[in-house]
Design a protein around this ligand. Structure first.
Ligand code: ATP
Ligand code: MG
Length: 262
């Protein structure tokens, strides 16, 4: 089991959109996926067509069993139409109580310990996180193997990336010192790219100069993403032949490639 966490301490950069697409894409391709909504805004929960609930809080604070907190996601709204799904997605939903998790547990390893119980049942955990750094982020970092950073090619998004990477370095050291392995930066995804915008082109070049091979192919701004989200469907399901979906497959395959390296 590997844990992939979408992170950026800047709002609206595409963490939830990509967590949803990656979870669905990996499931379509045969992986056993657990999506965890680590954000009190519960956007990932709603994106899967589910009602916000305190499942994540219950799992960590009340130590509730998984059969009370996991939701099986029907593939109807995420599969490629007329194709079978080879894997599956379970979801741990969130609601505003997620915000109080860190106040109600003093075990910073609780998230990691609970997920480890699913070691034999799940191949990939995909974590969505909130843009607001909190003590909960510390627990999520310590449960994470790989970080994926969506960024917008705007000045403030870069600031969010800088502080997120700074935190990653600190938590990675802490995780290693506990004998729990590294937290690897899987990639940086320049999202909502508009090729005709000079600022975007310049910022993309700066990003590539600073982070080199970690910067993945740009994900252009395309209306399909918000249309699919509004319908609570994956892009694979909503517009299987669109350019946005082609981009999404590329990202899913990149994730797979990194996961298969180990
Ligand atoms: N490539 C894209 N093209 C067009 N719209 C996009 C793209 N990526 C994301 N969006 C839209 O941008 C908005 C913000 O995306 P999203 O909610 O995934 O960001 P987030 O980082 O999770 O935000 P928050 O920090 O508030 O949780 C959504 O309406 C989403 O549909
Ligand atoms: Mg979000």
């Amino acid at each position: 089991m590997k844990v992939v966490t979408l992170l950026n301490e800047k709002g609206g950069v595409g963490k939830t959109t990509l967590a949803h697409a990656i979870a669905c894409g990996l499931a379509i391709r045969g992986h056993r996926v657990l999506a965890v909504d680590g954000d009190p805004q519960a956007n990932l929960t709603m994106g899967f067509g589910q009602s916000p609930s305190p499942a994540f809080y219950d799992l960590i604070v009340r130590e509730a069993p998984f059969n009370e907190t996991l939701l099986y996601i029907d593939a109807e709204n995420y599969k490629v139409p007329s194709e079978d799904v080879k894997g599956f997605v379970y979801l741990i939903p969130s609601n505003k109580e997620t915000r109080t998790i860190s106040q109600n547990t003093d075990n910073v390893l609780a998230v990691r310990q609970r997920l480890t119980e699913l070691e034999d049942e799940i191949d990939v955990v995909v974590f969505d996180t909130s843009p607001t750094p909190s003590l909960l982020h510390a627990s999520i970092y310590l449960a994470t193997d790989y970080l994926l950073f969506p960024v917008e090619l705007e000045y403030y998004s870069f600031a969010g990336l800088g502080s997120s990477i700074g935190h990653r370095n600190g938590f990675s050291r802490q995780k290693k010192s506990l004998g729990l392995g590294d937290i690897e930066v899987m990639g940086i995804i320049p999202n909502k790219y508009r090729p005709n915008t000079l600022e975007h082109q310049e910022n993309l070049e700066k990003l590539q100069a600073q982070f080199k091979g970690l910067v993945w192919q740009v994900l252009p701004q395309r209306i399909i993403w918000s249309e699919a989200a509004a319908r609570k469907r994956s892009v694979f399901n909503y517009a299987p032949d669109s350019a946005a979906t082609e981009d999404a497959w590329q990202i899913v395959k990149n994730v797979e490639r990194v996961l298969q390296r180990v």
